[in-house]
Design a protein around this ligand. Sequence first.
Ligand code: NIG
Ligand code: FE
Length: 414
Amino acid sequence: MKILIENIKTIVGANPTPGKKLSGKEMSVLPCLDNAWISIADGLISGMGTMKEGMPEKAKFDKVINAEGRFVFPSWCDSHTHIVYAGSREGEFVNRIRGLSYEEIARRGGGILNSAERLNKTSEDELFDSAMRRLNEITKYGTGSVEIKSGYGLSVEGELKMLRVIKKLKQHSPLTIKANFLGAHAMPTIYKQSRQEYIDLIINEMLPIIAKEKLADYCDVFCDRGFYTVEETDAILQAGLKHGLQPKIHANELDYSGGIQVGVKNNALSVDHLEFTGDAEIECLLKSDTMPTLLPSTAFFLGLHYPPARKMIDAGLPIALATDYNPGSSPSGRMAFILSLACVKMKMLPEEAINAATVNSAYAMGVGNTHGTITIGKKASIFITQPIPSYSFIPYSFGSDLIETVIVEGKLMS
Ligand code: NIG
Ligand code: FE
């Protein structure tokens, strides 16, 4: 289908350099094109320009959309989610309100282990249906590409089941999806006294099957206090690399865990969470190509302190933003709220937050060449807002749904 969008008030992220990440001061530069048009053909952005310079002939298009007063954005790239899960955990939410901490709940066998127990009792079809519903939900919120992790199986069958569900989602959803193997998300209770046995299972049984069946694009470990140590993380990441899986890991959410350093050492595409980031971690990241990815809705929902985004950007680092959509620490996949939190709680400028949720989060999930900016030749995954006064209105109007039209790879979704 050929689509022409005319009279666009502003195209946001009209950036001609595909795949590049934005660091430090570059993050506050948001290329825009005012009073403009975009043409779409074969799922790709085929042209764009200003109304003044003139548009292609309307008769050549199957659909013409008048976007007067409206902004066009590149779809959000949500580079960190756990949207394949069974059940929900609002009981733990209430326990936290009553005073228990996330770590205490985990120590008592709740948290990730609670989700793992439910997931292992749930069929592949049910998991697929509920995850598909969540994908449809985030599509409406403007997300066009999403990374999904395993990690609620914590057994050979459970992890493979999750990854097969993700593979099926890739086949059935119009969104671009990347799969991340997170067998090392928590230590299953039966291995608490014999940790190495479970790690051997990940390395010697899960990874070879995953590689053979091409079930994952990346390899993850929750490297943090009470979860996996630096040495354990290093061993798992190296085993993943031997199977061609680049690391993309959870690090420094609960402590200065060494997770950032071990991620960088293993050339991680991204290290995510980073509530505990000090000078040593910033120095280490500055010497790397690893994308620091912040998940402020987790800090919001768990009542943690926020990562030092301002300090990181001012030191010259890039930042990506993602939702961490999962049943325990962030049961929401609304990227616009992440932008509001980034601005309000982490003092990121709207330009920095938008770049972090598009260009840099595309980089953080390996889709920078096709997503993250409005560039001729890239996928036509975009959204059109309601009439709004400026792009800063998006993070400013927290909680409001301002998206009117969603297009994913050239397909009109709403
Ligand atoms: O990213 N931090 C580790 N894993 C998830 C939480 C998963 C859960 O609580 O179910 C996260 O926050
Ligand atoms: Fe996570």
